[in-house]
Design a protein around this ligand. Structure first.
Ligand SMILES: [Zn+2]
Length: 118
């Protein structure tokens, strides 16, 4: 992963800035990132640590719907299709992007949520 980040940070598209979303996730990744930033003479302007309840995470994840035919995406609460479970674009049935069984367990979720910021 750090190789991808290192390569991307050297890309001209990052010349005016960049956002790392979900990276680094571990202390070793943070240490590797720090080395890359020093090598490239880059300093971070800010770090944002979102704190979201387990209930909100589950609501967002379980509400996602997608169309396997045309790839359109919906959300039951934030961007619902006009007809329940039917794609607005092509009329195909929508599928849940994640089922409740794929959600992190409560202990796993709490463990993730109780991590200290890097
Ligand atoms: Zn569709």
């Amino acid at each position: 992963m750090i190789g991808l980040v290192r390569d991307k940070l050297g890309d001209p598209s990052c010349g005016n800035g960049f956002v790392l979303d979900g990276f680094p996730r571990t202390v070793p990744q943070a240490e590797e990132l720090a080395k890359v930033l020093v090598e490239r003479h880059i300093s971070l302007d800010c770090v944002i640590n979102f704190q979201v309840s387990r209930e909100d995470v589950l609501r967002r994840l379980t509400g996602r719907r997608s169309c396997q035919k045309c790839q359109a995406t919906f959300h039951l609460d934030f961007s619902p299709s006009k007809v329940s479970e039917i794609c607005d674009r092509c009329g195909a049935h929508l599928f849940s992007a994640a089922t409740i069984n794929e959600m992190p367990s409560k202990p796993a979720c709490e463990s993730m949520m109780n991590r200290r910021p890097l």
